[in-house]
Design a protein around this ligand. Structure first.
Ligand SMILES: Cc1cc2nc3c(=O)[nH]c(=O)nc-3n(C[C@H](O)[C@H](O)[C@H](O)COP(=O)(O)O)c2cc1C
Length: 457
């Protein structure tokens, strides 16, 4: 088995609530996460360019050393002098003119800038900038710096809804995400010209909080909490080219991971999904149930919260051929053997205070779905089971919506048909309650029994 690949998740960042971003200098005088960080603030020629002034001011207030870089387009909307007055360095607008160098001694300003910084944030990012960056076209100081730097990059697209939804823009954004660029999705709301839709630049405090998250800062009610989330369906190899799999996409696990990150938890995401992972997660890529088990047991020991959202295969081929199986024309009988029960294994070695959540994908509904969830809860010894319907059109595997019930020992919260991110929000609400000091005094370990001890499995 090859060791799982570990990467840091880029991808979508979720906007935070107004106020309390926790990224400035704290009242007690402690330095915030942006203090002393060298940040290029890229500003493009969009109607939201005026909001970049507030971003610049907030970054400076948080102690960041801001180098504003404006595109030529941006200068039609906002004056460089405004940024120069607020930032640590004069605003730069040109790759070739003297102002491109600013106070850099280097004759190659974009390379010098790219090497010297801790992060780049582009707000607003126009469709033009996103297209040039994804295509690797360096046509001005900002795109040249983006290509020259190896520092983390956060882009904040803003444009009319029609532009944002255009497949070219969506493809370019997806490509950047796959390459590890962090993207703060535009908000829905009033747009220029009296229009309404998705395309607004999020508020300055959300952009600054997102940048702090990119730089590893954690704040929120779950700051200090470590969580492990599994996502996706596993693949069990028959031979080097064929496998047995299921239709799980990983969307639900990713939504849970994103919600935990947003509330400040340090999240390890163990995933078999090809989707771009949520920003701020530590990602371990796996393929088979055995790899998922190995990664989950290793990461789970140190975690306060474990959410097993992955659809792990119950069976795998007894034998994996090392050569491609030949077509003979005769019927083939496959022998399948059970895979390890990862959830039961995690519960059996649970340490005090740990919260463990399982998922049950069932082709059942209503009271039967709740009963199946409750049976799984008891059999595994988990704190919560999210029982969700699969096999019904529009919900479950691969879909954006779920029909789910959160089942605990004494309750069953029926969420109805809701987006998976709502399931994630409700689930993390419940997890927070279980993690509260009052809940942690309860003898949770008493619920952790092996299936055999309960005689139900
Ligand atoms: C009034 C006005 C508003 C614009 N707003 C946006 C916008 O919000 N987002 C966008 O991607 N392009 C917008 N554009 C188009 C860009 O200004 C144009 O694509 C320009 O080439 C972008 O240059 P830059 O990316 O170098 O800044 C706007 C153009 C005008 C005239």
């Amino acid at each position: 088995m090859s060791p799982p690949a570990t990467t840091s998740g880029a991808g979508s960042l979720t906007p935070v609530e107004p106020g309390g971003t926790g990224v400035g200098t704290s009242g007690g005088g402690a330095l915030g996460p942006l203090h002393g960080k060298r940040v290029v603030l890229g500003v493009c020629g969009g109607i939201a360019a005026y909001k970049a002034v507030e971003v610049c001011r907030r970054l400076a207030d948080a102690g960041a050393l801001v180098s504003p870089v404006l595109t030529e387009g941006a200068t039609h909307f906002i004056a460089p002098l405004t940024f120069t007055a607020l930032a640590a360095e004069p605003a730069r607008t040109s790759l070739f003119g003297p102002d491109g160098r600013g106070d850099l001694a280097s004759p190659v300003p974009h390379v010098a800038l790219g090497r010297s910084i801790d992060a780049v944030v582009v707000a607003p990012a126009t469709a033009r900038l996103i297209g040039s960056y994804s295509a690797g076209i360096s046509s001005d100081l900002l795109t040249a710096t983006l290509l020259a730097t190896r520092a983390p990059v956060l882009i904040c697209p803003a444009m009319h809804a029609e532009m944002w939804e255009h497949p070219s823009v969506q493809d370019n954004v997806a490509l950047l995400r796959r390459r590890g660029v962090h993207v703060l999705d535009p908000a829905e709301g009033r747009l220029a010209g009296g229009d309404y839709g998705k395309g607004r630049l999020p508020d300055a405090h959300e952009i600054v909080a997102a940048l702090a998250t990119v730089l590893g800062h954690r704040s929120g009610p779950l700051a200090g909490v470590t969580a492990v989330v599994t996502a996706g369906g596993t693949r069990e190899a028959l031979d080097p080219v064929r496998y047995i799999a299921n239709r799980s996409s990983g969307k639900q696990g990713y939504a849970v991971a994103a919600e935990l990150v947003q509330r400040g938890a340090a999240v390890t995401l163990i995933t078999s999904s090809p989707l771009a992972p949520p920003a701020g997660t530590e990602v371990i890529g796996v393929e088979s149930a055995a790899e998922m088990e190995q990664a989950a047991l290793a990461a789970g020991d140190g975690a306060d919260v474990i959410v097993m959202a992955a659809a792990v295969a119950d069976y795998r081929p007894a034998v994996t051929a090392d050569q491609k199986l030949k077509k003979t024309g005769a019927p083939v009988t496959l022998e399948l053997v059970p895979t390890a029960d990862i959830l039961a294994g995690l519960c059996a070695r649970r340490r005090p205070g740990q919260v463990i959540v399982g998922f049950a994908a069932e082709t059942a509904a209503g009271a039967e779905l709740v009963a199946l969830g409750r049976a799984k809860l008891a059999a595994k010894g988990a704190d919560l089971i999210v029982a969700n319907e699969v096999g019904t059109a529009g919900v479950g595997f691969g879909q954006d919506a779920s029909r789910a019930v959160i089942v605990s020992e004494h309750s069953a919260e029926d969420l109805g048909v809701v987006p998976k991110r709502v399931v994630a929000t409700k689930l993390v609400d419940t997890i927070e309650t279980l993690l509260s000091p009052a809940a942690s005094r309860r003898p949770r370990d008493a619920r952790c029994q092996t299936p055999d001890a309960k005689g139900r499995n």
